[in-house]
Design a protein around this ligand. Structure first.
Ligand SMILES: Nc1nc2c(c(=O)[nH]1)N[C@H]1C(S)=C(S)[C@@H](COP(=O)(O)O)O[C@H]1N2
Ligand SMILES: [Mo]
Length: 537
């Protein structure tokens, strides 16, 4: 109890500033943190009635992602991989925590300033929510009401903390009895605990409500996928070499790479879904999910690849997709010959620009509803996404698709093009060594070197392996499923003791061998040969 601390023995007449310095720091910081937590808890609760995008932390995170320069984004993907979003959220909470402490300390000096600071943070959250491409004015409400709750919490706590000091001072100068300070203390503690408890309740209720009100998983579970009118040709025997350490020919959905700009996965029930087709077309069209299922259904094997994939990276996966023909749909609406770009837009506002000519050139561009025998997983675009063989995902594979607009490249830059990435982005021929892994320790003898190679829409004609910069040796190719899918390869290597470097290169169906020049993914996809270093004993 402070009455027993050495401070007690100081002359009572001393002015209060010095005596309470530590106490003021601690109560100030604590009040700031509790007020910020209350603000976020209340905001989360209100967001549950409006939508996840209106929650301040999510809104600030989303605005940050959109404003982030491409180089930083690339750095984040490279360094943190698919944890980049988690790292961002931790960063936001850390900054908010520091700001909250600052507001609390400010409030200890001038209460009104601290409260104004909390309100200002709320305004920042509201502004972030309002600048989302799909924002409505309601999206500002959680941040603003949260900030109001936060600043009131701050006021109550700071006043309680001040009265603790006042009663200690009064007690020391003999004005009041000892119990006054204890009571004041108790009041500050109770207020702190109370606001923490309310925060926890509001925040948890908000989370739970958000999760149940905005959840498309039930809708997804209810989807009965139709039988394809045009099934995929069966995969030839030997397309999957089944070499240990080599990825399977079809990438299972749970491990299929995931790349997008969202912080919370869009939740769009199929029954609420519709697609608007408009812009430079003969007649506009709106399709429901039912309308889509009523059209001829195609099943196709297509390997998807991300432009951000590094040489040897795993932002590439192969799936059996179920969907309708995008080209047929476009023929129906009648595309203006001058419309060289199809802009697809996601429910969260993300956009993607695909060359009309590529979609119409005879390849099977799909509006996909199924992936490897299941309705699209939520993370992969449920209920409907685009898949176009041969183009990197950022110019072809819009997830949570709700809008198709025919326009010209000269008139519109899509999300990543606006940020400097190439307007045209066909997938570059690439090959990867899956086994042995880099730095593997092997025993001498025959070792299968195996991996995948892809050049979607051109196909793979040859894969070669070079050991220690020696002659290129032809690997054995797996049976070809289609030119739109990757192709496995294997090379039985007679491994001799020592350190070795294994390198791979592929040649596509047009006879072009992949570039050996190392270039970064930005702005149109990486090139260079993948290599691994191994030790044989
Ligand atoms: N709505 C939306 N769709 C999107 C993206 C996105 O950020 N938002 N990213 C694209 C990119 S860059 C790629 S590589 C593919 C990845 O698809 P996947 O996550 O299903 O593997 O989705 C594309 N579709
Ligand atoms: Mo991507």
């Amino acid at each position: 109890m402070s009455a027993n601390t050495p401070a007690n023995s100081e002359p009572p007449a001393q002015p209060r500033p010095r005596r309470h310095r530590l106490r003021r720091f601690v109560t100030g910081a604590l009040s700031g943190l509790l007020a910020a937590a209350a603000a976020l808890g209340v905001a989360e609760f209100i967001a549950a009635f409006i939508g996840p995008q209106s929650s301040p932390v999510i809104a600030i995170g989303a605005a940050f992602i959109e404003a982030t320069p491409t180089s930083l984004e690339q750095f984040a993907i490279r360094t943190f991989g698919s944890n980049d979003k988690l790292v961002l959220l931790i960063g936001i909470f850390t900054v908010l925590g520091l700001l909250a402490v600052a507001m609390g300390l400010l409030a200890r000096r001038v209460l009104a300033l601290g409260m104004a600071g909390v309100i200002l943070l709320g305004v920042v959250g509201a502004a972030a929510a309002m600048t989302r491409p799909t924002a409505s004015p309601l999206d500002a409400v959680p941040s603003l009401v949260g900030a109001l709750a936060g600043s009131i919490t701050l006021m109550l706590l700071i006043r309680a903390a001040r009265s603790v000091e006042a009663s200690i001072d009064a007690e020391l100068s003999g004005d009041v009895s000892f119990s006054r300070a204890i009571l004041a203390h108790r009041r500050f503690l109770l207020l702190s605990l109370g606001s923490a408890a309310l925060t926890a309740v509001a925040g948890t209720a908000g989370r739970v409500l958000l999760g149940s009100r905005f959840n498309a998983e039930d809708s997804r579970q209810g989807v009965r996928l139709p039988k394809p009118d045009s099934p995929a040709p069966s995969v030839p025997a030997g397309a999957d070499l089944e070499v240990p350490g080599l990825v399977p020919f079809f990438t299972p959905n749970p491990v299929f790479y995931k790349v997008d700009t969202t912080l919370v996965t869009p939740q769009l029930p199929a029954a609420e879904w519709s697609l608007r087709v408009h812009g430079m077309v003969g007649r506009e069209l709106r399709l429901s999910y039912e309308d889509l299922l009523a059209r001829p259904i195609l099943e196709r094997d297509i390997t998807l690849a991300c432009v951000s994939n590094e040489v040897g990276g795993n932002l590439v996966g192969n799936a059996r997709w179920l969907g309708i023909s995008l080209a047929d749909l476009l023929r129906e609406v009648g595309v203006d010959p001058k419309a060289d770009q199809i802009v697809s837009r996601s429910t969260d506002g993300w956009t993607c620009g695909t060359p009309t000519q590529v979609v119409m050139d005879g390849r099977d561009a799909l509006l996909a509803i199924g992936m490897n025998g299941e309705p699209l997983p939520l993370d992969h675009g449920f209920p409907v996404r685009m898949v176009v063989p041969g183009l990197y995902g950022y110019v072809s594979a819009c997830k949570w698709l709700v809008d198709l607009r025919l326009t010209r490249f000269a008139d519109f830059d899509s999300y990543w093009v606006e940020r400097g990435w190439a307007e045209q982005a066909p997938i570059k021929t690439a090959s990867r060594i899956d086994t042995p892994r880099s730095f593997a320790k092997l025993s001498s003898g025959t070792v299968p070197i195996a991996g995948v190679a892809y050049a979607q829409h051109r196909g793979i004609d040859r894969v070669e392996v070079s050991i220690d910069d020696g002659e290129w040796q032809q690997a054995r190719l797996a049976a070809e499923d289609s030119i739109e899918t990757w192709r496995q390869w294997v090379y039985p290597w007679d491994a001799t003791p020592g350190d070795h470097r294994i390198e791979v290169r592929a040649t596509d169906g047009t006879g072009d061998t992949q570039s050996q020049e190392r270039v970064t993914p930005f702005p149109s996809g990486a090139t260079g040969q993948h290599s691994v270093a191994v030790t044989v004993t």
